[in-house]
Design a protein around this ligand. Structure first.
Ligand code: SF4
Length: 183
């Protein structure tokens, strides 16, 4: 499938296409499982009835968390964004959530310990410990804030809760990767 090169874009008028390989009936059943329906409906509330474009991502995350009746929110953040993580924590606490902010440096592991080809003795990012800690805190939902490329993969693979990215790290473009596509 190459949706960019496709000339018909027939899916956009709700028609199936010859390139698709997934099992439509199976997917529909999966959507209709109660736990998935809850997410689909909470997501729809953010954009349906003319609301698309009226909420910031931060506002969306808060409203989505309320719709889902999440109580315990994890914040997995890069220590370089601690000021932002603190602000996010305060905003969520003021919105009534129990919040568990966990720094990427949790555990105090050295880079030479985590990466067997590194001789650097400074503290390492530790996405497995971030996920492990938040799993023990039994959070309902985790928001990631500025995790490094690659560390985010390990974090997302090992966190048990639902998770979504609020801030993506892009040191060159003020954490706004779309800027790399503009001239
Ligand atoms: S019709 Fe098929 S190939 Fe074309 S954009 Fe839709 S999914 Fe992609």
């Amino acid at each position: 499938m190459d949706c960019i090169k496709c000339n018909t874009k027939s899916c956009r008028i709700t028609e199936q296409c010859h390139a698709q390989k997934f099992d439509t009936e199976e997917l529909m059943l999966t959507y209709h499982l109660p736990e998935n329906m809850k997410i689909i409906q909470a997501a729809a509330k953010l954009v349906d009835n003319g609301r698309a474009g009226t909420l910031s991502r931060l506002q969306e995350v808060i409203e989505f968390s309320k719709s889902m009746k999440f109580q315990r929110i994890g914040i997995a953040y890069c220590y370089g964004m601690e000021i932002e993580a603190a602000l996010i924590t305060t905003i969520f606490r003021e919105s009534g959530f129990k919040v568990f902010p966990v720094s990427c440096t949790t555990g105090g592991f050295k880079q030479s310990e985590v990466n067997i080809s590194s001789k650097i003795e400074k503290v390492s990012c530790n996405p497995l410990a971030q996920a492990g800690q938040l799993n023990k805190e039994n959070v309902d939902f985790t928001i990631t804030v500025g995790l490094c490329m690659g560390h985010d993969i390990l974090f997302n693979k090992h966190i048990n809760s639902y998770t979504s990215t609020l801030i993506v790290k892009d040191r060159v473009h003020d954490h706004n990767p779309i800027d790399a596509l503009k001239n």
